[in-house]
Structure formats: structure tokens, C-alpha cells
Unconditional design. Structure first.
Length: 154
């Protein structure tokens, strides 16, 4: 009986720390460059403190009809309508929920209509995420699947 107790205790401690480590790895898996399903942009997700943010790093059509950089022309704040879309932060304030294995409590901004939605992100596999924007509750929303972009040479 004495030899079983240390093994059980060791197994419990290992499981406790392994679970914590895996949750952190899972949270970090969101970091990278992602392409929404429409293929019109790339969004780079970074971690700042304990929150995750995403900004536009590439646009399929970076210039408008006049040859100028595309700007946030639909922003409800008129003072921000001249802000370039490239570099614009469209994902804000996501926190990883270890229990549910999702990033939540964040927002996503849609420059096509100038609207900010509540949002949650769920990892499908290491190279695909479901990004769900919604108003109020997640039941009333839309989900888009984004694909991770690999660095050259990977």
C-alpha cells in the first residue's frame, strides 16, 4: 500500500501540470497569420499580455479606384474614415478560456459595413479556426473558417 501512494501522488501532480502546460500551448496556437474564407485579406494574430489581437497585414486589393491605400471608409466614427485598412486592428481583446478551449470576450470589426461584433474563436485543427461574430448571443451570428498561412519553407 505504501508503494502505491507515491505513484498515485506523482501521477496526480504530473496530470495537473501537464494540463496547465497544454492549455497554455493551446492559447498560443492562435498566434500567426490567418486568411479569412473570402481570401481578400490576411490577419496577423498576436498576444499582448493575456489578450489576443489581430490586424490586417495584407489586402488583395490594397489600393482604391484612385490608386490610394484603402481606408476605413465605413467607420461610424467619421474621424477614423481616413485610417488605412492595412495595419488596422480588426480583432480585439480575446481571452483564452482554458475550460472551454476557446478565445472569447473579444470583438471583430467588419470594415465592409463599419460594424463591430462580439466574437469567439475556436480551433478546429492547428491550421483552421472558426471565427464567430454575433450580436448579443452567439446564436445570432455568422461563422467563418479561417486558414493559417504557413511561412515559406514550412
Amino acid at each position: 500500500m505504501k508503494s502505491v501512494l507515491p505513484i498515485a501522488l506523482l501521477t496526480f501532480v504530473f496530470t495537473l501540470f501537464a494540463g496547465t502546460s497544454m492549455a497554455q500551448v493551446q492559447a498560443d496556437q492562435l498566434i500567426g497569420v490567418w486568411q479569412p474564407s473570402d481570401g481578400r485579406s490576411y490577419i496577423k494574430v498576436e498576444q499582448i499580455g493575456n489578450k489576443f489581437y489581430g490586424k490586417v497585414v495584407w489586402l488583395k486589393e490594397p489600393l482604391d479606384e484612385k490608386g490610394n491605400p484603402r481606408v476605413d471608409e465605413n467607420n461610424p466614427d467619421k474621424s477614423l474614415r481616413s485610417t488605412p485598412l492595412k495595419g488596422y486592428r480588426v480583432l480585439k481583446d480575446f481571452v483564452f478560456d482554458e475550460k472551454d478551449q476557446i478565445w472569447k470576450d473579444g470583438t471583430i470589426y467588419d470594415p465592409k459595413n463599419g460594424t463591430t461584433y462580439n466574437c469567439k474563436i475556436e480551433m478546429i485543427d492547428e491550421n483552421k479556426i472558426e471565427v464567430r461574430g454575433f450580436v448579443g448571443t452567439a446564436v445570432f451570428g455568422r461563422t467563418d473558417v479561417w486558414t493559417r498561412l504557413k511561412k515559406k519553407g514550412e
